[in-house]
Ligand binder design. Structure first.
Ligand SMILES: [Zn+2]
Ligand SMILES: [Zn+2]
Length: 108
């Protein structure tokens, strides 16, 4: 560990390094490293490590968004179609609200 203590942070030359980035093999202080997947990495390597997965996630999310949009459109159309059908077939008392009034709400 003596070697590590003598090292200085790559970004802050006056600070003692506490960790060595496994990606770029440079030494960094506590502020410059981030834990990622059980390993301590510098900001640059962290960005590189996260890029492929985040891109894939964004791609999947984009597909999911389109699918959700289409599904929502179909569902809302179906919903309004059903509601319209129900509203047309229910007795007129429903529209006046007498059916919706809850009993316990009126009683003390
Ligand atoms: Zn690095
Ligand atoms: Zn630093």
């Amino acid at each position: 560990m003596a070697e590590l203590v003598q090292q200085r942070c790559f970004n802050h030359g006056f600070r003692e390094a506490v960790a060595r980035c496994p990606g770029c093999r440079r030494y960094f202080c506590r502020e410059c490293v981030t834990e990622h997947g059980g390993r301590v990495m510098c900001a640059v390597c962290l960005r590189q490590a996260e890029r492929p997965s985040s891109l894939a996630r964004r791609g999947l999310a984009g597909v999911g968004w389109v699918a959700r949009g289409l599904l929502g459109l179909v569902l809302s159309w179906f919903f309004f179609y059903l509601v319209g059908d129900i509203l047309l077939s229910v007795p007129s008392a429903w529209h006046e609200g007498s059916v919706w009034r809850v009993r316990w709400f009126d009683s003390p």
